[in-house]
Design a protein around this ligand. Structure first.
Ligand code: MG
Length: 295
């Protein structure tokens, strides 16, 4: 039986089967966007006008209740025009729980999820991981994981976060108690350490963060020319701002992130908190017309 992929075609031709007039249509190599779509259950917008990438805690989950409700309803109404991606330090189980949380009754599932601070990419509806993105990260992390665990087990000032994080180690950290040499020892293992919100320490595969994973997702989606807007509030969002996308730092952003503002030429500091800040940023970057009601 004939397969459908470029790899199948190569195997068939290598085994002696030849086609007289080029490659049959269904055996042509799939574009990366088509391969991506084949690995998620949600239907991605065909021709989005904006890719909106939002952190969760302190950003999409924060702000005035009326502004939250407005933004959540707008995202639902504009689902075909706005490709929405969560980019969060949460892991997938914690994200799934949000949709049953009475605190966020109108929160809608996004098209895609970047979770575990960039170490996981999943379909926004099924929350099933996207293998073409996650497998390379898994390969990077696998050899590091036991060595990181050996270095961090029992360390003063560190306690593992009670979650099912993947392709990283996540801790609650007390900087006052941490061994100052620990981060140097971890760096020698070829991993990245990321402090955020003054209390979280993530140990990540080298070079993997929200910004680098977002860049890989967007490249695979082949959305050249479609504007992107990122929004966040803590240091684990810094890599998205540094990637150069237009960015909204919400008004409640942590001080350590705000201190980076002078180096971020394309980032707008909103006055409003959480969702209000996102709405303010949308208007600031010229997406006001998208905010008007659908007719
Ligand atoms: Mg946050």
């Amino acid at each position: 039986m004939l397969g459908d992929t470029w790899g199948d075609y190569l195997r068939l031709t290598a085994s002696g089967l030849r086609f007289k007039q080029g490659i049959p249509r269904r055996l042509k190599p799939l574009a990366s966007r088509a391969r991506f779509q084949a690995q998620v259950q949600v239907a991605l917008p065909q021709d989005p006008r904006l890719v909106l990438v939002t952190d969760l805690d302190g950003t999409l989950l924060a702000g005035d209740p009326q502004e939250r409700q407005f933004l959540y309803r707008w995202l639902a109404d504009r689902r075909e025009q706005v490709l929405h991606i969560y980019a969060t330090g949460r892991e997938l189980r914690s994200i799934a729980a949000l949709f049953h949380d009475p605190e966020h009754p109108e929160l809608r599932q996004p098209h895609l999820v970047i979770s575990d601070v960039g170490c996981t990419v999943a379909c926004g509806e099924s929350l099933q991981v996207v293998p073409m993105l996650v497998e390379p990260i898994e390969a990077l992390w696998g050899p590091c994981a036991p060595r990181v665990r050996a270095l961090t087990d029992g360390q003063p000032g560190l306690s593992p976060q009670p979650l099912w994080s993947q392709r990283r180690h996540a801790f609650y950290a007390d900087p006052e108690l941490l061994d100052p040499l620990l981060l140097e020892r971890l760096a020698l293992e070829g991993v990245d350490c990321l402090f955020s919100d003054g209390r979280y320490l993530d140990v990540l595969p080298a070079g993997v963060n929200k910004g680098s994973t977002l860049q890989r997702v967007l490249a695979l989606l082949e959305l050249e020319g479609v504007p992107v807007l990122v929004a966040g509030d803590s240091l684990n969002d810094l890599a998205m701002f540094e990637a150069g996308y237009p960015g909204v730092m919400v008004g409640n952003a942590e001080a350590a992130l705000r201190a980076q503002l002078p180096q971020l030429s394309n980032t707008y500091l909103a006055r409003a908190h959480g969702c209000g800040g996102i709405l303010e940023g949308l208007a600031h970057f010229g997406f006001g017309p998208l905010l008007s009601p659908l007719v």
